[in-house]
Design a protein around this ligand. Structure first.
Ligand code: ADP
Length: 176
């Protein structure tokens, strides 16, 4: 028997979108086990707490589990990505690629990660064209201005976004 091929799909997932879920489903075609790593990423000033981002992803993944969920796990991490990957016994990092704008950063990161551990391969995947343009950042911008985000995120995430924006409005945190 071949050994189990473990992949890590890292990101901020603030919040998880249909684009992320498309990549997760594709990644399951090439690994036996997928660990979705949710980065703390305090520097990005996330809208949702780490706990909320993990919970939302777990709920979404539970739905995918109808076919392949046994092999998907969601874990938070606050270390160097490569240390997290090694602690998961993974040999593959999955990243999604959208337009050329993602390329420069992803190219640099893949190169640096190869230096850190040549035994770990970064694999880039493209989402289905209907999900390619989705970005968590834009979903938040549309949502903050009261736009309809249901094309980009699941009904559950849409509800959570509405609730989070209401909280921020009440706290006077969203005005501009
Ligand atoms: P990060 O802060 O690491 O960029 P994100 O949560 O924004 O985290 O994204 C995680 C990964 O998913 C990245 O590789 C990103 O390029 C990819 N991704 C995000 N949205 C899409 C999409 N719509 N199609 C394809 N890949 C995507």
């Amino acid at each position: 028997m071949d050994s189990v091929k473990v992949g890590v799909y890292p990101g901020t997932f603030d919040p998880v979108t249909k684009g992320h879920m498309d990549i997760i489903e594709r990644a399951m075609q090439i690994v036996d086990k997928l660990i979705v790593g949710v980065a703390v990423n305090a520097g990005k000033g996330p809208l949702f707490t780490l706990e909320d981002r993990v919970r939302l992803l777990r709920d979404e993944v539970a739905e995918v589990s109808l076919h392949d969920g046994q092999g998907i796990e969601v874990r938070p991490f606050d270390t160097l990505l490569m240390h997290f990957v090694q602690s998961c016994d993974a040999t593959i990092i999955i990243r999604g690629l959208r337009a050329v704008s993602d390329f420069e950063y992803e190219f640099q990161m893949a190169g640096m990660n190869r230096r850190l551990d040549p035994g770990v391969e970064t694999v880039f995947m493209m989402a289905s064209d209907k999900y390619q343009l989705i970005a968590s950042r834009l979903v938040k911008e549309i949502g903050i201005l009261g736009g309809d985000v249901s094309h980009f995120v699941s009904p559950r995430v849409t509800q959570e976004l509405i609730a989070r924006f209401a909280e921020l409005h009440a706290a006077g945190g969203v005005g501009e």
